[in-house]
Write a protein that binds this ligand. Structure first.
Ligand SMILES: Cc1cc2nc3c(=O)[nH]c(=O)nc-3n(C[C@H](O)[C@H](O)[C@H](O)COP(=O)(O)OP(=O)(O)OC[C@H]3O[C@@H](n4cnc5c(N)ncnc54)[C@H](O)[C@@H]3O)c2cc1C
Length: 457
């Protein structure tokens, strides 16, 4: 009987456990978690924050699910791995021996680097405990400042404003989420944010968080403005959790390095999800993602390899669909806005939650973009050679599925390239034509990101 140990009870770890059980009815499967919950939807935290989903509803697995699948869930922190003895030491004193080990420990928010960054009232939207903490604080808070450039910062601003907290959003550049959105897209999102009563301060960075009696009292910006507040929401990026493997022979760069079979440099040790830097055929490099679909697909393929079937991981096209201030946003493939080299560098240092290191790759030579924009929605395609390399959709999502398939399958667009490049309605129609052609040829893959949704027990 084989012993499989999985460190991390997130999308990656749970998907791997499920696949291992499917393939090996007799194996002993153990998941270790340092949180006090069964698996929950991490992207769903934004919905918990705006009271659209309860804490209970965001649980993607109930305790009974683990029992039914004979997966032991241990609520304790993995403190040390002895790779020679194949043993994981837990904080509760237990030691777990493994035949194959999966490290799926995720990523965590980069802490506030500003003076005053440890004051009471600084919050992160990172895990369930953080989210419950914010929900508690908004009951008495009057004003908040949110700092950061990606989805999580926007979700935090939306959540705070939802609870009638006067919310100020500091934006370092002159437009929103500048590593991804171009000026016109930024304006569309801005319209929604202002409609929700959030104050945007462009060109402002946090110089200092001012405290009183150990608590947040105000934020002072680099331009000398002082904004009184009780809460500072920090979402400046995430970093893979590497503490557990620091100082061990396991090879790491920005994340734990994994090859196309999701193996690390140590025999029978695999790494997946947010903590891993995985070979990406799109760029030919090992990249970090913080994407739910990537966590699920990599978890599944790692399990297949752990169970002894050699199957390479072909990372699906990076895909993210989010609802920000009531506006649907979908980013697919290589989609960064052109001419934002400084922001790209920042993304590589600290990737945002719900983002991919693959996105910024679209600003080099040989890329052109095509547009459709009707004032309330926009669709931007990134074209390279004879394929669509990426797409960014805001508002109308009619093209989301077609574009995901066309980009993922790297469909040759030669026959419709002129219409695509023309933008507007001609572009939308050409996307649909190419997609119908693809479906007729039956090459559309089963969506690789399907698997775990809210309450899917
Ligand atoms: C607010 C928010 C919004 C998001 N929005 C989106 C989105 O719109 N689209 C999208 O694609 N993605 C989004 N994401 C990112 C997505 O949730 C992650 O990519 C995904 O959950 C990663 O799964 P994972 O299993 O790799 O890691 P995680 O879900 O982080 O799970 C890792 C687990 O391991 C535990 N752990 C760490 N160290 C140890 C240890 N030593 N011992 C035991 N346990 C340990 C952690 O506590 C954690 O529970 C969002 C995330 C957040 C927080």
């Amino acid at each position: 009987m084989r012993d499989y140990v999985i460190i991390g009870n997130g999308a990656a770890g749970v998907t791997a456990a499920e696949e291992l059980r499917r393939r090996d009815a007799r194996a002993r499967i153990t998941i270790v978690t340092d949180e006090k919950y069964p698996m929950y939807s991490r992207p769903g935290l934004a919905y918990v924050l705006i009271n659209e989903v309860s804490v209970e509803q965001s649980m993607a697995r109930q305790p009974e699910w683990y029992v039914k699948h004979r997966i032991e869930l241990i609520y304790s922190r993995a403190e040390q791995i002895d790779f020679d003895r194949r043993r994981v030491q837990l904080a509760n004193g237990r030691g777990l021996l493994y035949d194959a080990l999966l490290i799926a420990v995720g990523a965590k928010a980069v802490p506030a680097p500003f003076p005053g960054g440890k004051l009471d009232g600084i919050v992160y939207l990172d895990n369930m405990d953080n989210t419950v903490d914010i929900l508690h604080r908004v009951k008495s808070a009057r004003a908040a400042v949110v700092v950061g450039g990606g989805i999580t910062a926007l979700e935090m601003a939306e959540g705070l404003a939802h609870h009638k907290v006067e919310t100020h959003y500091l934006v370092r550049k002159s437009n929103l989420w500048s590593a991804l959105l171009n000026d016109r897209e930024s304006k569309l999102v801005e319209k929604q944010i202002l409609h929700h009563g959030v104050h945007i301060h462009y060109g402002h960075e946090t110089a200092e968080i001012i405290g009183e009696a150990g608590r947040v009292a105000a934020v002072k910006t680099n331009k000398g403005e002082v904004i009184p507040c009780d809460i500072v929401g920090v979402a400046i990026g995430v970093k893979p959790n590497l503490a557990l493997v620091k100082g061990t022979p396991l090879e790491v760069d920005r994340g734990i390095l994994a090859d196309e079979y999701l193996r690390t440099n140590i025999p029978d040790v695999y790494a997946v999800g947010d903590c891993a830097q995985i070979y990406d055929a799109w760029s030919g490099e090992k990249r970090v993602d913080s994407l739910w679909p990537t966590a699920i697909s990599s978890g599944r393929i790692a399990a297949i390899n752990m169970a002894g079937v050699k199957q390479p991981y072909r990372k699906g096209v990076p895909f993210n669909a989010a609802l920000l201030f009531g506006l649907h946003l979908t980013a697919i493939g290589q989609v960064a806005a052109a001419g934002r080299e400084d922001d790209e560098a920042e993304e590589l240092a600290f990737i945002s939650r719900g983002a991919s290191e693959v996105w910024p790759a679209s600003t080099g030579v040989g890329y052109t973009s095509a547009w459709a924009n009707d004032g309330t929605s926009s669709q931007r395609l990134i074209l390279r050679d004879n394929v669509i390399a990426g797409a960014l959709l805001l508002g109308n999502q009619q093209l989301a599925d077609p574009l995901r398939d066309l980009i993922d399958q790297r469909v040759d667009i030669e026959s419709v390239k002129r219409q695509l490049s023309a933008g507007g309605t001609a572009m939308s129609m050409a996307v649909m034509t190419a997609w119908h052609e693809l479906k007729r040829s039956k090459k559309v893959a089963v969506p690789y990101y399907s698997g775990i949704e809210f309450g899917d027990n």
